[in-house]
Structure formats: C-alpha cells, structure tokens
Design a protein around this ligand. Structure first.
Ligand SMILES: NC(=O)c1ccc[n+]([C@@H]2O[C@H](COP(=O)([O-])OP(=O)(O)OC[C@H]3O[C@@H](n4cnc5c(N)ncnc54)[C@H](O)[C@@H]3O)[C@@H](O)[C@H]2O)c1
Length: 272
C-alpha cells in the first residue's frame, strides 16, 4: 500500500485525509504538516488511523513515504518541491499557480528527470484538460472566464491597488482582464485553474483570463474556449464552493481525491 505525506490540512487536505481514512483512496496517510498547529491537530483528531504530525514541511519527505500531497499555498510549493524530488518522492501539487514562475517550472521539470520522479497536477476545478492536452500543438487561442461571488475573491492582491469595493457590488461586474500570468500573481488563491489551463495549452502569456464578480451567484463558474486548426471546444463548469473555504470548489477536492486514488490503484486507466 502506498504511503502518503500531506502538506496543508485545510479544506482540500482534510477531505483528502478523510478519503484515505475511509478507504476510498487505498493508501496510508503516515505524516502530515501544516503551518498552523491547530489545523494539523484538528485534522488528526478526525481520523481513525492517526498520522504523525511532523515539525516542519521538509520532514515530510525525509520519511518513508511514496508521495507528498501539497494542499497548502504557492509559497509551500516554492519551499519544498525540489527537496521532495531530491528525496526521491513523487509530488502532487494543488497550488499550481506557483509553476507559472518559469524558473521554478524548469527546475522542477529537470528534477523530475534527474530523480526519476513525477509531479501530478490534478485537473482541479475544471474539466476538459484531456482535450486541450491532445490539441495543444494546434491551438490558436485559449481563454477562461471565471465568475465567482465577491466573497470568494476577497483578500486577493489585486484589490490592494484597485478602487473596486467588493462589498458594494449589486450586479455582475468584470473585475479583471489579462493574461494567465498576470491573473495568477494578482489572484493567487483563486485562479489555479488558469494556471493549469495555460500549462496544458499555449502558455501563460497567451492564455486570456477574465474574472467576474457576481453577488447573485452561489457557484464558481469557469467558461473555457479553445480554438485552432483542430476545431473548437467550449466547456462551462458550474461548481459549488466548498463550505469550509468558498475560494475552493467541491470539484477541485474531488479531482484531487481521484488523482490520488488513481496513483494508488492498479487498474485500467481511462481518459487521455
Ligand atoms: N488546483 C486547483 O484547482 C485548486 C483549487 C482550489 C484550491 N487550490 C489551492 O490549493 C491550496 C489549498 O487550498 P485549500 O482550499 O485547502 O486552502 P485552505 O486555506 O483551506 O488550507 C490551506 C492550509 O495550508 C496551510 N498552509 C498554507 N501555507 C503553508 C505553508 N507554507 N506551510 C505549511 N502549511 C501552510 C494553512 O495553514 C491551511 O491550513 C491553495 O493554495 C489553493 O489556492 C487549487
């Protein structure tokens, strides 16, 4: 049975840990770490099979685990990813925005080859990456429009230099239009899907992102359009936010659980 170390015990980390504990993911969660001791203790309390809480994030991969699951933050990705691979462990990353920093992407990509380990990026809160992956050599344009309730956008760096008052919006309002690269640095906790899309498709400078705040919506909606010599694809995904973290969609959690289940199972693999 595969052994898993978990970095980040928030909305996603907790649901992954519960899926392992219930047997849905056939694995053993052996070690966990969260910058907040309260968060890791609260998670461990919920589990029947108790993992060890380690004292810092680097200690996760120095233990005999097969894979480290990151569900913490872009900073956590920047801090630990290389040492995870150097310790010859696989890595699953949820805070995908960190990889739009090209130097980090290149270093990790080389490290995967050097240490013969794999980084897994689940499809997260979107669908259709299988199709976009298949046609990426024939793509001319790729765009994503993300619509969320204003409370799901709160705290983003973008608002430090903006006059928009999210609390006073009474109708659907376009907040941002730019490239995936810009969106990921201005909305780091919200727009991992744009990062995933651009890494799969035509790069972060060429992927167009629009962010809309809608005070009347109860969903996180992503509309994706891809065009090229292959034809055209459009996907609209209407996600319910996770009750514990409205910035995170339920689908992102389910997608992480499915990626990990697949990693831990010997079975027929369906899909591109
Ligand atoms: N790929 C996707 O589609 C997708 C979707 C949703 C969220 N995410 C990303 O996944 C990550 C986790 O999301 P969540 O909803 O569980 O967030 P959350 O805020 O509920 O939980 C994050 C946890 O990680 C801990 N943490 C943060 N930085 C840390 C660090 N450097 N070291 C150790 N612990 C740290 C926090 O204390 C917190 O307990 C976020 O970065 C989020 O942006 C990705």
């Amino acid at each position: 049975m595969k052994k898993i170390g978990l970095l980040g015990c928030g909305a996603i980390g907790t649901q992954i840990a519960l899926a392992i504990d219930s047997g849905k993911i056939p694995a053993k969660l052996t070690h966990v770490y969260d910058g907040s001791k309260e968060a890791s203790a609260k998670l461990v309390e919920k589990l029947n099979s108790k993992p060890i809480i380690v004292e810092n994030s680097h200690l996760l991969s120095s233990n005999p685990v097969d894979i480290i699951v990151e569900a913490a933050s872009q900073d956590a990705v920047k801090d630990v990813s290389l040492s995870v691979l150097q310790n010859k462990k696989d890595l699953m990353i949820m805070s995908v925005g960190a990889l739009l920093d090209e130097s980090i992407y290149d270093i990790l990509s080389d490290a995967c080859k050097d240490f013969k380990k794999t980084i897994y990026l689940p499809s997260g809160a979107i669908a259709g990456l299988d199709g976009i992956k298949a046609v990426h050599d024939e793509l001319d344009s790729l765009s994503i429009t993300t619509t969320k309730h204003p409370r799901s956008l709160k705290g983003a760096k973008f608002f430090e230099n903006s006059d928009i008052d999210l609390d006073s919006l009474d109708s659907k309002t376009e907040i941002f239009q730019g490239t995936a690269k810009q969106a990921v640095s201005l909305f780091p906790a919200n727009i991992n899907v744009a990062a995933l899309l651009s890494l799969t498709g035509i790069g972060s400078e060429n992927t167009k992102v629009v962010i809309v705040a809608d005070p009347k919506t109860d969903k996180n909606t992503h509309h994706i359009e891809a065009k090229g010599s292959f034809g055209k694809m459009t996907f609209t995904i209407e996600n319910f936010p996770d009750p514990n973290n409205p910035k995170t969609s339920r689908l992102a959690i389910l997608s992480a659980i499915e990626t990990l289940r697949k990693y831990c199972s010997d079975e027929i693999q369906i899909g591109t």
